[in-house]
Design a protein around this ligand. Structure first.
Ligand code: FNR
Length: 372
């Protein structure tokens, strides 16, 4: 169907399922075990209700914000998702270009199909990019990569901490990963040995170090000046430790339900993190010094605004953009961001909020969340 018939981000998923190569669909859509967490990620937003305000002049609404000090036209970012070329020959470049056009930030994955330098070279002057890091067992490879990223102007490093071993994604495991697959990472050679018999995810992830530990954090702080954020925190205890160790923030995420099944949704975890960091360290959120991010299951600007109301600085969106470019290339991602833009504008008006600061905790009833 023409893009004009795509009315929301869910639509891209239905189209993608019909038109994408089977192997790409299996890799992108799969989640761990029984996929309970994957479903819960979106469902959790259904338990949060609005308490909008009326009679505020909402002629002009502004939903731009700052993420780690950088301007973003919407309170969201394009999160890291590996193997973009499985879905489209331009892979992650579709995301780089759309991010530039819409003034939002792209997080480049370690396991991008395009080379890291290609994604940086194709950014517009001044375009902000973050990097998602999988830590190699060979720390010299990781050190080289991190130093190179900083030199190339990457503005923040998101260290993925929820994947000491890849989750069991059975849809993906049923597909063999071919040697001639165009998506296979050729640059940076992050992997050392590759087992092709168990799907794309397992084939590319064997280099990841399960030995990664809190003890390694000072090492990262010693090799880079980029702000460090842990991606994949799932309880307040770890968020508190990240704060105490001087990190710049955490992403409350379960990796799109692809790691530990029965992990709670990021939005659920956000509530307890905000509560405990206030109680134990006197922090209030959103907080410039220690920023909270959420991802997983976000499909509407409405979802994003709930996370903002509850204290997140911004929210990551993954699969919808993959489905968008797998079906329509750059134009799909462009359209997805236009849809979100229009949704933000309408929702802000209906909420009675003229800017992001006016999206306050009192505007949501989150009492149905377990962690409330
Ligand atoms: C991911 N995600 C991910 N995260 C990460 O830290 N490194 C990675 O290489 C990948 N790769 C990846 C591939 C695919 C196909 C998906 C769907 C996800 C997780 C991602 O950053 C994010 O946490 C989730 O995708 C968010 O959930 P939604 O928006 O996809 O529901």
């Amino acid at each position: 169907p023409p893009l004009s018939e795509i009315l929301n981000l869910h639509d891209f998923e239905y189209i993608a399922r019909a038109v994408m190569p089977e192997k790409a669909w299996a890799y992108y859509s799969s989640a761990a075990d029984d996929e309970i967490t994957n479903r819960e990620n979106h469902a959790a937003y259904h338990r949060i209700w609005w308490r909008p305000r009326i009679l505020r002049d909402v002629t002009h609404v502004d939903f731009s914000t700052k993420i780690l000090g950088h301007h973003s036209k919407m309170p969201l970012y394009i999160t890291a998702t590996a193997l973009g070329k499985l879905g489209h020959p331009d892979g992650e470049l579709n995301l780089t270009r759309a991010a530039a056009k819409h003034g939002v930030i792209q997080m480049i994955p370690t396991l991008a199909s395009c080379s890291f330098d290609e994604l940086v070279d194709n950014a517009k002057p001044g375009q902000v990019q973050f990097l998602q890091l999988y830590v190699n067992k060979d720390r010299s490879i990781t050190e080289k990569f991190v130093r190179h990223a900083e030199k190339r102007g990457i503005q923040a490093l998101f260290i993925t901490v929820d994947a000491p071993q890849l989750g069991r994604r059975e849809k993906d495991m049923r597909m063999k990963f071919d040697a001639e697959d165009p998506a296979e990472v050729t640059e940076n050679k992050q992997q050392d040995k590759v087992d092709r018999s168990q799907g794309a995810a397992r084939a590319i992830s064997s280099f990841i170090d399960p030995g990664l530990d809190w003890k390694d954090i000072p090492w990262f702080q010693g090799i880079t000046k980029m702000p460090l954020i842990l991606k994949g925190v799932q309880c307040w205890e770890d968020a508190l430790q990240a704060y105490d160790m001087g990190l710049a923030g955490v992403v409350l995420s379960n990796h799109g339900g692809r790691q530990l099944d029965f992990s709670r949704s990021g939005i659920e975890v956000l509530v307890e993190v905000v509560r405990e960091l206030k109680k134990q360290r006197g922090l209030t959120f959103p907080n410039e010094k220690f920023q909270l991010f959420v991802d997983g299951g976000v499909r509407r600007a409405n979802d994003v605004l709930k996370a903002i109301a509850l204290g997140a600085t911004a929210v990551g969106v993954g699969r919808p953009f993959l489905y968008a470019f797998s079906s329509y290339g750059f134009d799909g991602v462009d359209h997805a961001l236009n849809i979100l833009h229009d949704e933000f504008e309408m929702n802000m008006r209906l909420l009675g909020a003229r800017n992001i600061k006016e999206i306050v905790p009192e505007m949501v009833d989150a009492s149905s969340l377990q962690s409330h």
